[in-house]
Design a binder for this molecule. Structure first.
Ligand SMILES: *Cc1c(COP(=O)(O)O)cnc(C)c1O
Length: 409
């Protein structure tokens, strides 16, 4: 008998690091996912902001098929034409001059941290190693990335915190100014927090961070792994500061491969001055198969009409969600985020609410600070957005009835 993939208790043979929903999908099309029995779900999490162009996008599928027939992997000891093409696309559309390709977001963060330290080392300041991060931030799961992240629980049991990482309260400007010293190398921040609860950094802060870094000769690292590549309605979230909040280094991933594992660390030539032959590497990073998908994906994501569509759908969500907040005061506390990185802070438990949404065949992501996140494909239509709101409304109705029943009058 075939093993069930929808059983409440998942496989014993998978390391138990995830609390999985008892649900598996067989195929996807645009904003829909289908189970093996053909049940359709509206996907408003897009594999945590990864399938930004929707499932089964014809151009991405074609890119994988064409490349799969030709060549999968060589090595970074050879030139890889599509790697050069993707680097050109990314640098022409950003502050950056150079890219290093990875297989994940956390590796892009590793490269960013190493690049920042090596920059100061190359300038004769090897003592500058401290990376200043913020509480509630998430930068990935390698040891350096969890040390950079502002969530102490992710470090629990994994040995002592590494030297060279400093954490500050989010939004405390005075603490930040006071923390910068002779050993500071860089500041790392998500322009819009993802896992931490979809908090969006005001544009004035993006500008302020740039000025502060210039003043002290330290580097500004943006983690746009989740908020980048069109999610906020600009190609990158830092663009909302109109050229005044550009970073020196930026980590990108998630939407970059649309579901194929691709990440990148972008940097100015100056910031990358220490990254010379032998200083860093990756076996798989930037291989022909990954780069074929990356090129196809970014060619779609840079289209101005897609970014305009994101802003339109985001405007609709923002208006409708504040309506839900008014109608369900026992459930919805606050609406946050930017563009289609939307956080709904709840008064009822977020894990329970995700299940209520699944009962309505709507998929949403969890988040810190008791949020749920809506991270739909950027291609979500206005009709699908309307449908998402209707399903959310029904989930809110159930949550509100439950919370009222639980509270004695
Ligand atoms: C997902 C994410 C990461 C980690 O990316 P992985 O591909 O899971 O390694 C890092 N930073 C942010 C902001 C993310 O959303």
């Amino acid at each position: 008998m075939a093993e069930s993939t929808t059983a409440p208790v998942p496989s014993d043979h998978i390391m138990g690091v995830y609390a999985r929903a008892p649900l598996a999908f067989e195929r996807g099309e645009g904003s829909r996912l289908y189970t093996a029995d053909g049940e359709a779900y509206l996907d408003c999490m897009a594999g945590i902001a990864v399938t930004a162009l929707g499932h089964n996008h014809p151009k991405l599928v074609q890119a994988v098929k064409d490349q799969a027939d030709k060549l999968w992997h060589t090595s970074n000891i050879f030139r890889i034409p599509n790697q050069e093409k993707l680097a050109k696309l990314l640098t022409e559309n950003t502050f950056a001059d150079v890219c290093f390709f990875t297989n994940s977001g956390t590796e892009a963060i590793e490269c960013a941290i190493k690049t920042a330290r090596k920059y100061h080392w190359a300038k004769g300041n090897p003592e500058k190693i401290d990376i200043i991060g913020f509480e509630g931030s998430f930068h990935g799961r390698t040891l350096a990335a969890v040390n950079a992240s502002g969530n102490a629980s992710y470090l629990e049991g994994f040995g002592p915190p590494m030297p060279g990482f400093v954490h500050l309260p989010y939004g405390d400007h005075e603490a930040l100014k006071a923390a910068i010293g002779p050993t500071t190398a860089a500041i790392i921040i998500e322009p819009v927090q993802g896992e931490g609860g979809a908090r969006s950094l005001p544009v004035s802060c993006l500008r302020g961070l740039r000025e502060l870094c210039d003043e002290h000769g330290i580097l500004l690292i943006y983690d746009e792994i989740q908020c980048g590549l069109g999610r906020t309605g600009k190609l990158f979230a830092y663009e909302w500061a109109d050229g005044a909040g550009e970073p020196d280094i930026m980590a990108v991933a998630k939407a970059l491969g649309g579901g194929f594992p691709v990440g990148a660390c972008l940097a100015t030539a100056e910031a990358a001055r220490g990254m010379t032959p032998g200083s860093h590497g990756s076996t798989y990073g930037g291989n022909p198969l990954a780069m074929a998908v990356g090129v196809a994906s970014v060619e779609e994501l840079v289209k101005p009409e897609l970014l305009e569509h994101v802003r339109e759908v985001a405007g609709y969500f923002s208006q409708q969600l504040s309506g839900l907040k008014d109608r369900f005061p026992d459930v919805v506390e606050d609406i946050r985020g930017k563009g289609l990185l939307i956080g709904v802070k709840l008064k009822t438990p977020n894990r329970e609410f995700m299940q209520l949404a699944r009962d309505q065949h709507l998929l949403i992501a969890g988040g810190g600070d008791n949020c749920v996140r809506l991270l739909p494909p950027l291609t979500l239509s206005l009709d699908e957005a309307r449908e998402a709101i209707e399903r959310l409304e029904r989930a809110c109705g159930v949550a509100q009835a439950r919370s009222r029943a639980a509270v004695p009058a």
